[in-house]
Design a protein around this ligand. Structure first.
Ligand code: EPZ
Length: 414
């Protein structure tokens, strides 16, 4: 259990280093099981989701060694994990499905659970595997996947990030050519494809809706550094927007953050990109409209931090969450602080300009927890954020320490 005491902070200033992307590192770690040679992943963030994925790879028989900020992996002999309880604790564990099927020709995994933000089905993953030669059976809460993958054409009804990643990893080994249409275009997809191509895969079209994978007989090892975390950078950018800041986000890739940065500029922030990263100045002053979409649209992971910025400005802001069915749980907690937000289905109407007041609030999911920490920075008095399931530690590397580094009054009290 983690608790954070956050006090009103007038200004944030200074510079902070952006960590590598959780959502790039997780599929890349899974993809290390596609080669029997050693892989070194550099600058791997210290996150509980990452440690869980490393534990899952070990359960699959891979040798996994953390060396400070690097992780060395050798998946010479891999197998389906016997112990599968851990798979239920992390949605991203479904990403071992593609590599295990590609390397072993069969696997059986317990159905990944949903989570607070939605049911999180994997029908698109499974339908895609069937299109390229996989056979899928459901047995008592488990998925059994088997068969020699021989390539084919897949159309994704929705540009699912996880489905695109699983299918990419399933298709890189073996014979045949696989085409994925309506693929996800997130920067994390591009990073996974760059990693796989660095291991000898033949993938073209990453970052577009149409990706073609030519199967190869085997992959070799490599040394790879994942991209910076655009959601961590975006969260810190929103922290600047709610506290009238002047900050440098070192290493941030603004080309991965265009939709968010346009919205922050619409709200009145001043942005400057230079070789060191992304500089932001000023504070949110104008209401906005936000519709979450697949990349390059506004990222759903930035919806809750952005809503805190909308609470700060006079006027009505309108949010439409189109990706997950239950991603407004932070609204109840912001309401405890005096926020005037009305949710109508996937629509949220934020009547901003009402000063937030410190309160005892509860973390419900990863990004909502970060949003509540930002709310504490701009609320009068003190806010106690109770994070019973340590959501924050799953996806942010010492967020409270980074905010402190910028002058934020945030202390982890347990
Ligand atoms: C990835 O989740 C990210 N997680 C999420 O970040 C992110 O919010 C999401 O992509 C959207 O950008 C990781 O990369 C580890 P999806 P993923 O498959 O792959 C539906 C965070 O906070 N869907 O694109 O699970 C699904 O229910 C996390 O870092 C199906 O219906 O997202 C959802 O409504 C949260 N069937 C929508 O698509 C499927 O087979 C988007 O899901 C797959 C997905």
């Amino acid at each position: 259990m983690a608790q954070y005491l956050i006090s009103y902070t007038q200004k944030l200033s200074g510079e902070v280093m952006i960590s590598a992307s959780k959502n790039a590192v997780l599929p890349i770690l899974a993809a290390c099981m596609l080669t029997d040679e050693e892989v070194l992943i550099r600058n791997v963030p210290l996150l509980s989701d990452v440690e869980n994925m490393c534990r899952i790879l070990s359960l699959c028989g891979a040798e996994v060694k953390r060396e400070n900020r690097d992780v060395r992996i050798c998946a010479r002999h891999i197998h389906t994990p016997a112990e599968q309880e851990i798979l239920r604790t992390m949605r991203a564990s479904v990403l071992i499905l593609g590599p295990l099927l590609a390397r072993c020709g069969e696997t059986h995994l317990s159905m990944p659970g949903g989570c607070a933000i939605g049911q999180r089905p994997i029908d698109l993953h499974l339908k895609g595997l069937q299109k390229i030669g996989g056979r899928i059976l459901y047995e008592g809460g488990e998925i059994r996947a088997e068969g020699k993958l021989t390539g084919g054409s897949i159309y994704l009804d929705f540009p699912s990030v996880g489905a695109t990643e699983n299918l990419l990893m399933a298709a890189v080994l073996g014979k045949g050519v696989t085409r994925i249409e309506n693929a996800a275009k997130e920067p994390e997809i591009v990073d996974l494809c760059q990693f796989l191509n660095a291991c000898g895969a033949r993938i073209v079209g990453a970052g577009t809706a149409n990706i073609t994978i030519e199967g190869v007989s085997r992959l070799h090892g490599t040394v790879y550094t994942p991209i910076p975390d655009r959601i961590e950078a975006g969260t810190l950018a929103c922290a600047c927007a709610v506290t009238d800041g002047s900050v440098l986000l070192q290493g941030a890739r603004s080309d991965h953050m265009r939709a968010l940065l346009f919205k922050l500029q619409e709200m009145g922030m001043i942005l400057q990109e230079d070789e060191k990263g992304l500089r932001l100045r000023g504070k949110a002053r104008h209401p906005i409209e936000v519709r979450t979409l697949s990349y390059p649209g506004f990222p759903t992971d930035m919806q809750s931090p952005m809503m805190v910025a909308a609470c700060q400005v006079n006027g009505l802001s309108v949010f439409l969450e189109t990706i997950f069915e239950n991603r407004y749980m932070h609204v109840v907690e912001l309401g405890r602080m005096g926020a005037q937000i009305r949710v109508e289905g996937q629509l949220a109407l934020i009547q901003g300009g009402v000063p937030l007041k410190g309160a005892r609030v509860y973390a419900t999911d990863l990004r909502a927890s970060a949003a509540l920490m930002l709310a504490g920075l701009c609320a009068e008095g003190q806010t106690l954020l109770i994070d019973e399931n340590e959501h924050l530690l799953r996806g942010y590397e010492c967020l409270e320490a980074k905010l402190c580094q910028l002058g934020g009054a945030v202390v982890r009290t347990s």
